[in-house]
Design a protein around this ligand. Structure first.
Ligand code: SF4
Ligand code: SF4
Length: 353
């Protein structure tokens, strides 16, 4: 008989840093466009595998001297190489035991149903579509323009391609909580991990929901260090959902703005773009204006000559919310003690412009 212990041992042996198991009914109430039961109606268990982001791949950004190791090794490498190989290995083990392993890796949110807004069937102009083909590969929130049409394959189905809500599924597997920044926080790595999933018809003993000391201290450092003002500081701008009986609350992150600013970073945090480019395009590249999908396209166009997309992933400039959070959690002793020295020893940098 396949047990949770066997699954976890296999996951860790294959290279996962975190493994949590939840029951599918913990997703009751999740909008159906994010619900993996729409993909695998007979699934009984979900398995969350977590892969650490080595803290050192953000060292160059923290110092302001090297920006490509983070997208290349952390989200690119983990999404494309390290994680899928581990998922595949675990899937083989589960299927050898006679159960189906529906493997689900992060495909960069290239779905009309991504949690950018959850609205299926968006259409885009030919110009936008062409643009997306040249520039596909937005990391955090995905390229919403790659799927201009979708239609339910059967009556009663959601329109494909289903994109699960990674963070809520991770919470449902008991690995952690969601912080004010909307990032998944775990006691092992804080916000520094990426997760992947497997859904199976095997009935596995679930882990309890995470009920340790809250990791997020609502310090708002993530919000203060975001170059685009994407995370609110006002606590009334909170979103609260219930997952498996656990209340999850986060700030109402402006996902369109984050989609732009995590690579554009703004005038004071992007050493690759001359200051005048931000000044000349203040209509859509200013952290005070409303960031719409149209503005986001215009901003990407204005910056594309300065921000080539190497290694298949756009170059993150900020990571501000992650580094601020890690630094804060380390200072407050919220993370399992892993490092001799802290991530941050001085003040965060800001360009003098
Ligand atoms: S920086 Fe502070 S408020 Fe933001 S997620 Fe981390 S602990 Fe929560
Ligand atoms: S700090 Fe960067 S990644 Fe975080 S919310 Fe702001 S723009 Fe997005």
């Amino acid at each position: 008989m396949l047990t949770s212990k066997m699954v976890k041992e296999a996951a860790f042996a294959a290279g996962a840093d975190i493994c949590g198991i939840g029951t599918m009914d913990r997703l009751e109430g999740v909008p159906e466009v994010f619900d993996p039961r729409k993909m695998f109606p007979n699934a009984k268990s979900m398995i969350c595998l977590g892969f650490r982001i080595p803290r050192g791949v953000q060292r160059g950004i923290e110092e302001g001297t090297q920006f490509f190791q983070y997208p290349s090794m952390a989200y690119g490498g983990t999404n494309q190489m390290f994680g899928p190989a581990v998922l595949y290995e675990l899937g083989r083990m589960i299927e050898d035991a006679g159960y189906e392993a529906d493997i689900y890796r992060n495909t960069g949110a290239r779905s009309v149903n991504s949690d950018m807004d959850g609205k299926p069937g968006q259409t885009y102009s030919p110009e936008e579509k062409a643009f997306s083909m040249e520039n596909s590969g937005n990391g955090i929130t995905g390229d919403r323009r790659t799927m201009p049409h979708t239609k339910p394959a059967r009556e009663g189905n959601i329109p494909p391609d289903l994109f699960i809500h990674f963070r809520l599924c991770a919470v449902a597997c008991g690995v952690g909580e969601i912080g004010w920044s909307k990032m998944l926080l775990t006691p092992e790595f804080g916000p520094m991990q990426r997760v992947m999933f497997m859904f199976t018809d095997a009935e596995l003993e679930p882990d309890p929901m995470y009920d340790g000391e809250p990791l997020c201290k609502m310090c708002m450092k993530c919000a203060r260090e975001c170059p685009g003002g994407c995370i609110p500081t006002d606590r009334s701008k909170a979103i609260t959902v219930n997952v498996g009986g656990k209340e999850c609350t986060w700030g109402d992150l402006d996902v369109w703005r984050c989609n732009t600013y995590y690579t554009a970073a703004g005038k004071y945090y992007n050493p690759f773009v001359p200051a005048h480019v931000f000044d000349d395009n203040a209509d859509f590249l200013d952290d005070k204006i409303e960031m719409t999908a149209e503005n986001e396209v215009a901003a990407a166009r204005a910056l594309e000559a300065y921000t080539p997309c190497w290694v298949g992933y756009a170059m993150a400039k900020c990571g501000g919310c992650i580094r601020a959070c890690v630094s804060m959690l380390e200072k407050n002793g919220c993370l399992k003690d892993r490092f001799v020295n802290p991530l941050r020893t001085g003040k965060a940098w800001k360009l003098d412009r």
